[in-house]
Design a protein around this ligand. Sequence first.
Ligand code: DP6
Length: 360
Amino acid sequence: MNPIIGRARAPSNIALIKYMGKKEGSANLPENSSISLTLNSLCTLAEVSRELDGPVEFQWTGEAPEFVTGDGPVLVPQLQDEAISKIQSHVRRTDREVPAILKHFGLESFPPGGRFILKSANTFPAASGIASSASAFAAITLATTLTIACDKELFSRAFKSEPKLRSLLAAISRQGSGSSCRSFDGPWVFWENEQAEKLESRLPELAHFVLLVSASEKSVSSSTAHHRVKSSPLWSGRVDRANARAQQLKTALASGDLNQVARLSWSECWEMHSLFHTAEPPFTYWQPQTIGALNWFSAFLNSPASAANPFPIVTLDAGPNLHCLVPLEAAADWEQRIRTAFPDTVLLCDRQGKGAEVIS
Ligand code: DP6
């Protein structure tokens, strides 16, 4: 029997209200709600080939998938054994749990089991503060699902048209890596407990820049950070503050108030990094250029706000690289300003996107 092939592409997302701190012993359930913007071409491409009559087995080939999407050069991440076994468990989980979801939408599944072979690659460096686990787990969940559904065409149509189906698959993906549940929809996604859903926004379309201060592996994984932030004296009250900020951000998105979105993002970024800096033991992702970039952007954010010349939306993830969002129509100006101020730093340019998609 020929193998069944599933191909998917999933973008990363950048959180303005952060998922930082998870409920102990849970399958990546967040302590507080978070809100992110789904990106477009900073993404993971995944290809799963499944042999139904093969032995129950999983293999990560360490090769790039055999399809191209126009997202530019792809990089195959170097995965340690621990990461491979996490992906293996996730593929098995997906194989176990997806049939019930598909049934709910009138779609049939192949029987569970068999041999899964995975190829995947990113369009950005892994573990550099650009959420590679978000795009990776979203892409792997979707590519695996495509090898479970008996009728790929019917599934693909339902995936496009049914927000509930995307949200249920996102909940499976979340168990592999929390932030991946926000990569199934877009551009704006709100995640609370088990549910990630698209948010309405009146903001203009946004461009996304990353000042790539460093592309090397981060010294403290985000899984460790989730745990360690709870040792900070600033953890007390953090969940309420983040939830309140998420509600304020929802309101600002709904009314299209760019300056308020930028203020909330800026405060949230400093608060998350303050948790890192005051944890026991403390740690930081900042490098000298991160501080230089934060100082440079703070001059804009500390100047008087105006609707005609809005603040840039600035944040850092768990990494040294600075993310900046500006309206698409102002993107060329900002790109020039940033390149002039940081001529020696690599600048990645992207824009908002719509979430994971099937590649046929
Ligand atoms: C700082 O989703 O990578 O990017 O659930 O352990 O895989 P796991 O964590 P992960 O955490 C992301 C944390 C963050 C903030 C965010 O994206 O909300």
